[in-house]
Design a protein around this ligand. Structure first.
Ligand code: ADP
Ligand code: MG
Length: 234
């Protein structure tokens, strides 16, 4: 319980920081980025390797700010009913070039075509972006990724993202939802924490099944509306 309190304090703080200063930080960063890009365009200048590094670090700061901004957003605001499978298919489309580029073989199977979920569509989309991104980052060349849906008991729909990457140790699995926990050199450690927060706010849960050297299965369970009622909306 104590840990939970610390976690929610951290969350609150992160949100406040993000809301207050993110935009202010972005302005001077845009100026810096502009000059760095200008320098990079000059092949002659002696500090090419440094300016390239500065550019990539600036990108990293931008990424962190973006993730903070997701946290800073107020609670679930515009609640709508939407087709969950459709949202994930959008995310898949977004990632198709990346799958091809990395030689990832992708398979999908959709088993709940008429199921609608109520909530913040963009937040839910962000969750699947975060999780697919993790799978892609975990996969070496020739990896495989499978996304499928299931109808679960008690009115839940399951969306499953399965990769055959390196998997996670028990130690990593225990910390996966903690803010700033990352095993990557360029990670922020915010993706899974934000995803869990969003899914919980929608009355769902995230289940991780992972084995070292076997791969990872991330399952998201969300309560759905009865398909027949979906036409009447809220
Ligand atoms: P980040 O991606 O910035 O590191 P996340 O919160 O998204 O932060 O993930 C936290 C950590 O969980 C990752 O650093 C990684 O160690 C582990 N992880 C998440 N998804 C996977 C996956 N599909 N395969 C292996 N490890 C994973
Ligand atoms: Mg991530």
């Amino acid at each position: 319980a104590e840990k939970l309190i610390i976690q929610s304090e951290k969350l609150k703080l992160a949100g406040e920081i993000a809301a207050g200063v993110a935009h202010e930080i972005r302005n001077p960063m845009t100026v810096i980025s502009g000059f760095i890009q200008m320098m990079n365009e000059d092949d002659q200048h002696p500090y090419q390797s440094y300016t390239k590094l500065i550019e990539s670090e600036l990108e990293r700061i931008n990424l962190i700010i973006s993730e903070f901004l997701i946290l800073a957003k107020p609670h679930v605001t515009t609640i709508k009913e939407f087709n969950l499978e459709k949202i994930i298919q959008d995310v898949v489309l977004l990632y198709t070039p990346e799958f091809n580029l990395r030689g990832i073989s992708f398979a999908e199977s959709w088993n709940a075509p008429n199921v609608v979920v109520a909530g913040e569509q963009n937040q839910i989309k962000q969750v699947f972006i975060n999780i697919v991104k993790n799978a892609v980052e975990a996969l070496e060349k020739e990896g495989s990724l499978h996304i499928y849906s299931t109808l679960e008991q008690d009115g839940f729909i399951g969306i499953h993202i399965q990769d055959n990457g390196p998997g996670m140790t028990q130690e990593v699995q225990k910390q996966i939802f903690e803010p700033f926990f990352t095993t990557k050199t360029t990670g922020t450690g915010l993706g899974m924490m934000i995803s869990q927060k969003i899914i919980q706010e929608h009355g769902g849960k995230i289940i991780i099944n992972s084995q070292v050297n076997q791969g990872t299965l991330v399952s998201i369970l969300l309560p759905y509306k009865s398909p027949k009622k979906s036409a009447q909306s809220i």
